[in-house]
Design a protein around this ligand. Structure first.
Ligand code: SER
Length: 604
């Protein structure tokens, strides 16, 4: 069974049970400044899990492209990748544990409508309970019945685990969750890759860590929200958030113990073998890193990211450079055939890769030459420095840990890369410096991302409404050919990107500001209507939206008969414009030829 067939089977199974298929969101989250990448299917759905009505109803399903930067150092083993696809289904306050666990079990095991996996190879875990959140006896009982229904003794198949294993939120265990964040107990399903080694006994946890048990799906019963005082309150609705790893299901179905030997990776690995004249068997780890990192890079570039020293661009740069390092270890380099093999593998499900091919190729090859250049000039700079102070660097070229650290901070070179240039240095002293540096950036990052992942704070909500006003005001002044290309809203400021070829003058910026403040002062009502996409377009709704599977959309209106602004949006928004108090443009940035960016504040 191919990856495509698994996707089709899954979507058919859940649409048959009343779910509407929604599109995969971009790898760069829209309107969610709290995280750099989309790393699970639920991420674009947070406001709906918190209670906002979804225009497509209460049962949703999709395949979401995901990137998890946290797994970058794990890549190299048999089952970790940074890029993966998640099969997801959601109940937004509709069905709950009974239907969810039954359906997932049927999807896995049924031969005609599901994947036909042997149920005797499945093990499950459920939540063991925590203070005021009860032990999940209900899920355990449902699993018990399901195993019995296929004549399997449930004893020794159902394990109770604590918060570190069977609680899910975007920020992990309950004590790591910021206030406002939704989460809940979950139930995970594992596949036994090696049943010949007998029953599991009590070593369930150890075996899932060791690689014998492979987690293949997770049903989160998302029913709690963290409160300011650290306690948990029930959400107004009981949700199901389910996710399964497509690549892992493929491993199971193809009987592979190694994800990189499934049909999703074989042609990519093969071309690396051919181009480097090395075998996967002898260079497993390097080839896994190349295959994963380049695949993730291809998807990021297709989603509009370019290598840089900031945020998403920096992660992309790191991925490409790590990929090149592994290629160098194989005496090879990134070439077009490797990029082509990746695109061919995914073209059926992600045609965007095909239409972005030229851009992807250029970005990867440019970054490769830039990196090779950087390595050369780093080597030159250091050699010259030591020569001028009279120390000729020969053989073991020993440099100070300060210099090594400068190569890290200014040239972006990691210790392994510095060593690959033939330099040696005090690695312990380097690690100390790195630790101090990282804890500083962590503090900065946590300040930046403070307030929780589901940012529903007052000023953030004001920021959403202000963005609609700004969008319309820019069009009032510059014309309707101008449109939004992106936005990013935090509790501190609004960032708005739009298409326009000239830098705006100070007068134009003041003019836009005064239009927005004028609308705020009129105290117009802000309200939402769900309507068919065609109708929304007819009445002139503007904004970013995804056409792929959408037939009904959320449209926000500001003002009635006539409305000042009509825009596609998931919300949330203030109810009347005077809640925004006042709007101020702080600065303008040039993002390139035809793109401008405005930073503004609201609510002061
Ligand atoms: N959000 C859960 C996960 O990522 C289930 O989809 O595992």
């Amino acid at each position: 069974m191919t990856a495509k067939k698994i996707i089709d089977t899954y979507i058919a199974f859940f649409t048959k049970r009343g779910h509407i298929q929604i599109s995969s969101a971009s790898l760069i989250p829209q309107n969610d400044p709290t995280t750099l990448f989309t790393s699970s299917g639920m991420q674009p759905l947070v406001s709906y899990l918190l209670g906002e009505p979804h225009p497509q109803g209460k049962r949703l399903t999709n395949v979401q492209n995901c990137f998890r930067a946290a797994d970058i150092d794990e890549v190299g083993d048999n089952r970790h990748t940074t890029f993966f696809r998640m099969l997801g289904n959601w109940s937004l306050g509709d069905y709950f544990k009974k239907e969810q666990l039954l359906w997932f079990f049927e999807f896995l095991t049924k031969k005609d409508t599901g994947l036909g996996i042997d149920p005797s190879r499945l093990y499950v875990s459920v939540f063991a309970g925590l203070k005021d959140i009860p032990k999940d006896e209900e899920s355990a009982a449902i699993w018990g019945d399901l195993f019995e229904s296929v004549n399997i003794n449930p004893n020794g198949r159902i394990f109770f685990c604590g918060v570190d294993d069977n609680w899910w939120s975007r920020s992990g265990a309950p004590n790591h969750m910021p206030s406002g964040e939704p989460g809940g107990p979950d139930s995970e399903v594992y596949f036994d890759l090696d049943p010949s080694r007998g029953t599991l006994g009590t070593s369930f946890r150890k075996l899932s860590d060791s690689g014998r048990l492979l987690e293949i799906g997770n049903s989160v019963f998302m029913q709690y929200q963290k409160q300011q005082d650290g306690s948990f309150k029930k959400l107004p609705q009981q949700n199901v958030d389910f996710g399964a790893g497509l690549e892992r299901l493929l491993m199971v179905l193809e009987g592979a113990n190694d994800m990189f030997q499934t049909s999703l990776f074989t042609s990519i690995i093969r071309i690396i073998e051919v181009k480097t004249e090395r075998s996967y068997k002898n260079h497993t780890q390097e080839m896994r890193i190349v295959a994963d990192h380049l695949t993730a890079s291809v998807f990021m570039i297709a989603n509009g990211i370019s290598p840089s020293n900031k945020e998403q661009g920096y992660v992309l740069r790191r991925l490409i450079r790590r990929g090149i390092d592994s290629m160098h270890a194989l005496q090879g380099e990134i070439t077009e055939p490797v990029i082509e093999a990746i695109i061919q593998t995914y073209q059926e499900t992600d045609p965007l890769l095909v239409s972005s091919y030229e851009r992807i190729k250029l970005a990867l090859l440019d970054e490769q030459s830039f990196y090779v250049q950087t390595l050369k000039s780093a080597q030159k700079i250091i050699t010259k420095k030591y020569r001028t102070i009279g120390t000729e660097l020969k053989g073991q070229k020993e440099i100070s840990s300060e210099d090594a650290f400068i190569l890290y901070t200014t040239h972006g070179l990691a210790p392994t890369q510095i060593k690959s240039l033939g330099f040696v240095f005090d690695e312990k002293a380097f690690a100390e410096k790195m630790k101090a540096h990282q804890s500083l950036s962590r503090t900065r990052a946590s300040q930046k991302f403070a307030g929780g992942l589901a940012d529903q704070r007052e000023k953030t909500i004001m920021g959403h409404t202000a963005t609609h006003l700004l969008h319309q005001a820019i069009r009032d002044l510059l014309g309707n050919q101008v449109h939004q290309t992106g936005s990013n809203i935090t509790n501190e400021r609004v960032r708005f990107d739009f298409s326009y070829d000239k830098t705006l003058t100070a007068e134009q910026l003041t003019h836009i500001e005064s239009i927005v403040n004028g609308v705020i002062a009129r105290n117009l009502p802000v309200y939402c209507e769900v309507m068919p996409l065609q109708k929304a377009k007819q009445i002139g709704a503007i904004g970013l939206f995804d056409e792929k599977y959408t037939d009904k959309v959320n449209v926000y209106f500001i003002g009635k008969n006539p409305s000042y602004s009509i825009e596609f949006c998931g919300g949330p928004h203030v109810d009347f414009t005077d809640k925004l108090k006042s709007f101020k443009i702080v600065r303008q940035e040039n993002l390139g030829k035809n793109q401008k960016r405005i930073y503004a504040t609201v609510g002061n």
